[in-house]
Design a protein around this ligand. Structure first.
Ligand code: F6R
Length: 237
C-alpha cells in the first residue's frame, strides 16, 4: 500500500481533494465511493470550496456511500443521508438521481442490499473509493469478526455502539441496532482506494494494517490485497 504522509489533518484533506479533483477533471462522469464519519469532513469542505471557487463540476458524478443505519429515516439528523447532504451534496451541483446511499427506511432490507450491489454493477463499479478506518480497524460496518461478508449486507451493531449512539436519539427504541453496509468485496472492487487516517487513536489499526498480515480481526488489513490503495495520514509512521 502506498503511504502519503501529511503534516496535519488539513493537509490530508487537501491531498485527498487533489486526488478527487484530478479524477473529476479527467473523467467528469466518474463514480465515487464515499464515507461518513469525522475524518472526511475536511475533504468534503475542500471539495465544496473547489466547486465554488474553481467550478469543480459534480453534475455528471455518480456516488455510492458505504453504509447507513437501519432502520432510520433519511430525515433523521443522525442518518448518513442527512450527513452527506449537510457536508457535501447540499453544497455542490450533484444530480440527486446519481446519489446512492443504502436505504435505512427500506421495507425489505435484504432486497435493498441486493439492489445496492446491482446498482453498483450497473454504474460500472467505483473509480475512487474514500475510506476512513475505525480505531479497531473496521472499514464501513465490517467489524473485526471470525468472518467478513463480501457483498452489501445487514450488519448488527455491537451493544457498545448501540449504547454510545443512544445519547443522539430521543427514545431508546429509536436507536438503530443494525446497519446496511457494503462488504469488503464490494469495497475491494473499486479501481482506486484512498484511506484517510488521522490522529493517534488510529495508530494501532494503521500500524497493524501496514504490517501486511491479513486477518478478519482487522478488516482494513484486506486493503493490502488491493493493487491501488493509498493511505493518506498525518501519523508519523
Ligand atoms: C463511515 C464508516 C466508518 C468510518 C470509521 C471512522 O461511513 O464507514 O467505518 O469511516 O468509523 O470514523 P471517523 O472518521 O469518525 O474516525
Amino acid at each position: 500500500m502506498k503511504v502519503i504522509q501529511c503534516k496535519d489533518y488539513d493537509a490530508v484533506s487537501q491531498q485527498a481533494a487533489n486526488e478527487v479533483e484530478a479524477l473529476l477533471r479527467q473523467r467528469p462522469d466518474a463514480v465515487l465511493g464515499l464515507a461518513t464519519g469525522s475524518t472526511p469532513i475536511g475533504l468534503y469542505e475542500a471539495l465544496v470550496e473547489r466547486h465554488r471557487q474553481n467550478g469543480l463540476d459534480f453534475s455528471r458524478v455518480t456516488t455510492f456511500n458505504l453504509d447507513e443505519y437501519y432502520p432510520i429515516s433519511p430525515q433523521n439528523d443522525q442518518s448518513y443521508h442527512f450527513f452527506m447532504w449537510k457536508h457535501l451534496f447540499g453544497s455542490v451541483n450533484i444530480d440527486p438521481q446519481r446519489v446512492h446511499i443504502p436505504k435505512g427506511d427500506a421495507e425489505d432490507p435484504d432486497a435493498a442490499c441486493l439492489a445496492y450491489e446491482e446498482a453498483l454493477a450497473a454504474a460500472g463499479g467505483i473509480d475512487l473509493q474514500i475510506l476512513g478506518i475505525g480505531n479497531n480497524g473496521h472499514i464501513a460496518f465490517n467489524e473485526p469478526a471470525e468472518y467478513l461478508r463480501a457483498a452489501t449486507h445487514r450488519a448488527q451493531l455491537t451493544e457498545d455502539t448501540i449504547e454510545a449512539n443512544a445519547r443522539f436519539f430521543d427514545r431508546p427504541e429509536d436507536v438503530p441496532r443494525e446497519a446496511i453496509s457494503m462488504g469488503m468485496g464490494s469495497i475491494l472492487k473499486a479501481r482506486r482506494i484512498l484511506l484517510l487516517a488521522c490522529g493517534e487513536k488510529k495508530r494501532r489499526a494503521v500500524e497493524e494494517m501496514l504490517s501486511g498480515k491479513i486477518t478478519t480481526q482487522l478488516p482494513a488489513s484486506f486493503l493490502n490485497l488491493h493493487p491501488d490503495a493509498i493511505l493518506i495520514t498525518d501519523l508519523e509512521l
